[in-house]
Design a protein around this ligand. Structure first.
Ligand SMILES: [Zn+2]
Length: 379
C-alpha cells in the first residue's frame, strides 16, 4: 500500500501524455465512427498498460463498448468509465487540449476522460508492484452514458449483478474532488391534455381548453416540489394549441423528477402517474416513469467512503470528503445491484461547461486511491 502513490507520482508525466492523447480523440455520443475509433484505442491501450485482456462489445447504432478483464478470481469488482462526451465533433479545434497553471482543458477532459486514464494507471501500478488480488477486475468502458445508456444499460446491470463492489470514475465534486455518495433518481414524464376544440369567437362555451387543463396540472406539479426531502419536479417543456382563435384540443408538458431515496422515488412516480383531469370534459394521459433509480447513501456506501477516506489520509495525506448530487450516472444503474462508490475520477470543475478543466497534480493521487481501494476490497 505504502508505495503505490510514490510509484504513480513518478509516472505522472506519462499519465499526462495519455490524457492529452485521449482528449484529442473526440467522442460525441452520437458519432459512432469517432466513438468506435476511441474504443479501439482504449482496448489497445488497456492491454498495453495493464496487461489485461479486452473484448469489444459491438453495437449497430451506438458506439461499441469495451470490456476489460484483469487478474482472476471467483468474484469480481467492477470499474465503470464512459468514454463518450457531450461535445460535438470539432470542439477540439475551438478548445484544443492545453495546460495552463497546472490545469488541463479540452472537451471531456474532466467528464470523464481523466478518470479513465487514472483507472488504467491504477491497474498498471498494481501490475508493476506485483500486488495480487483474489478478485477479478472487470473494467467496463461504455459509449453512451451521456445520452442515458440506451445501449449499455443491460450490460452494466449484468456486470454489476455479478460484482461485489462497483467503483465509478465519474469526476469528483468541486476542487476538493468530493466523492459522490448519493445521487438522485431521475424520472421523465409526459403529460398530455386533451380538450374539445371550438371557435373562440363563435362557440367559446362549447370548447374545453387543453391548455387550461394543462396549466392547472402544472400548478399542481410545481406544488409537489419538496426541497427539504430533495424530491423535485421540473416542468421543462410545454407545447399546445394551434392558433389564438381556436380553443385548443391538445397540450402537453415534459417533466423531470428527482428523488434521493427509492421510497420517495416510487412515491413520486405513483403521484405523477395518478394525476386526474380538473376541467369537466377534458382528459389527461401521463406516460413515462423511472429513467435511473437513486444511488442511495446506504450503510454499505458509507463504509466504502470511510475506507477511501482512511486510505487517502494515511497514504496520500489527502482529506477526502463526500457530497450528494442531483445528477445521474452509470452509478445509479449499479447501486441497486452492488455497493457503489462514485466520483472517484478526475478533480477539477465544469462538467458539460465551456470552462471544463482538470487539475493535473491530482491525477496520480486519485489513481493511487483507486489502486488502494482495489487492493483493499480485492482481497
Ligand atoms: Zn460523466
Amino acid at each position: 500500500m505504502q508505495n503505490i502513490y510514490q510509484h504513480l507520482e513518478a509516472q505522472k508525466e506519462e499519465m499526462y501524455a495519455y490524457l492529452e492523447e485521449i482528449v484529442n480523440k473526440e467522442s460525441p455520443s452520437h458519432d459512432k465512427e469517432l466513438v468506435d475509433e476511441l474504443g479501439s484505442w482504449l482496448a489497445k491501450t488497456y492491454e498495453k498498460l495493464t496487461g489485461g485482456t479486452t473484448t469489444i462489445i459491438p453495437d449497430d447504432v451506438y458506439g461499441n463498448h469495451i470490456r476489460g478483464e484483469w487478474g482472476s478470481g471467483e468474484s469480481q469488482i467492477l470499474i465503470l468509465g464512459h468514454f463518450d462526451t457531450i461535445w460535438p465533433k470539432g470542439t477540439i479545434n475551438k478548445r484544443p487540449f492545453k495546460v495552463e497553471n497546472g490545469k488541463a482543458v479540452g472537451p471531456g477532459v474532466f467528464d470523464m476522460k481523466g478518470g479513465i486514464i487514472q483507472g488504467l494507471f491504477a491497474l498498471k501500478a498494481l501490475k508493476e508492484l506485483n500486488i495480487p488480488l483474489n478478485k477479478k477486475i472487470v473494467f467496463l468502458f461504455d459509449s453512451d452514458e451521456e445520452i442515458g445508456n440506451p445501449s449499455s444499460r443491460e450490460l452494466i446491470e449484468k456486470e454489476a449483478a455479478k460484482s461485489d463492489y462497483v467503483f465509478v470514475l465519474e469526476p469528483g465534486m468541486t476542487e476538493k474532488g468530493s466523492l459522490k455518495t448519493s445521487r438522485k433518481g431521475v424520472g421523465i414524464f409526459n403529460v398530455e391534455a386533451t380538450g374539445l376544440p371550438a371557435h373562440a369567437g363563435i362557440d367559446p362555451e362549447k370548447g374545453v381548453s387543453a391548455i387550461h387543463e394543462l396549466a392547472l396540472q402544472i400548478l399542481d406539479i410545481e406544488g409537489l416540489n419538496d426541497f427539504k426531502t430533495g424530491t423535485t419536479f421540473n416542468v421543462g417543456k410545454i407545447s399546445g394549441g394551434t392558433g389564438s382563435n381556436v380553443i385548443p384540443e391538445k397540450a402537453s408538458a415534459e417533466i423531470d423528477l428527482r428523488a434521493k431515496t427509492q421510497v420517495e422515488f416510487e412515491r413520486a412516480i405513483e403521484t405523477m402517474l395518478n394525476l386526474k383531469p380538473k376541467l369537466p370534459g377534458s382528459n389527461i394521459k401521463v406516460t413515462g416513469g423511472a429513467n435511473r433509480g437513486p444511488l442511495e447513501r446506504t450503510e454499505e456506501v458509507i463504509s466504502l467512503f470511510k475506507t477511501a477516506r482512511h486510505l487517502a489520509k494515511k497514504y496520500i495525506l489527502m482529506d477526502l470528503t463526500e457530497k450528494e448530487t442531483g445528477g445521474g450516472s452509470d452509478g445509479n444503474l449499479t447501486a441497486p445491484l452492488a455497493p457503489t462508490l462514485d466520483g472517484l475520477g478526475a478533480v477539477g470543475d465544469g462538467a458539460h461547461a465551456h470552462h471544463e478543466y482538470l487539475i493535473l497534480s491530482e491525477m496520480p493521487k486519485r489513481s493511487a486511491l483507486l489502486a488502494m481501494l482495489l487492493a483493499t476490497y480485492g482481497n
